[in-house]
Design a protein around this ligand. Sequence first.
Ligand code: AOF
Length: 200
Amino acid sequence: MRFMLRKGLVILRPGDGDEAEWSDWIAAHAGQVFKLRGADRGAALHAMGNEAEACREPLNITSRSPGELRLISNFAHTPFVLDGMTYAGIEGFWQGLKFPDEADRQRLAGLYGSAARDAGYYAPRSEELHYGGKRVLIGTWDHWQLMKRACIAKFAQHDGARAALHATGKRPLVHHVKPDSRTIPGVIMAQIWMAIRARL
Ligand SMILES: Nc1c(N[C@@H]2O[C@H](COP(=O)(O)O)[C@@H](O)[C@H]2O)[nH]c(=O)[nH]c1=O
């Protein structure tokens, strides 16, 4: 094995007869980030894991996220039961809250994704809602706690969504959608997912 030092760079090359060891090592460490430890008498480069995980690259969770990540988003079809009502997904729960009538909430409970979001546009404008006999001001911490309860139920009951959330490891989650919600800003939504992940 041979190496050269340059500014900001360590160059490694296989030596004669090292080819097999070299290609095994390269394959095992592809895409990894290394941390330099040591000083005058020698140093070592320690593998810190793959770049996205080691650098804690944020993951944007939306209905357009790739693969299984989409299951984390509120638009996903992830049936769950909360307080005796069966919901097709979080969005049907969230938009249903905007309707005072039980029949409307039930109707929205059967919807998910953009169909649920669009159905919410027809809700009467109001500063408050009622859930479980309690009055809740829209866009407040109490309102967000309803979202959190629904998400706790979803991730407890939907194996695929829970696995997808768990698989995000320690990476920060963000929820960047345009325009951002006034009732539950993306930063609050992302905090809810990360708080649930911390307890998995
Ligand atoms: N626009 C969008 C999402 N926005 C969702 O809309 C909800 C907030 O609605 P509102 O209370 O009407 O402001 C909340 O559940 C948020 O996640 N979600 C996604 O996965 N993908 C999207 O493209």
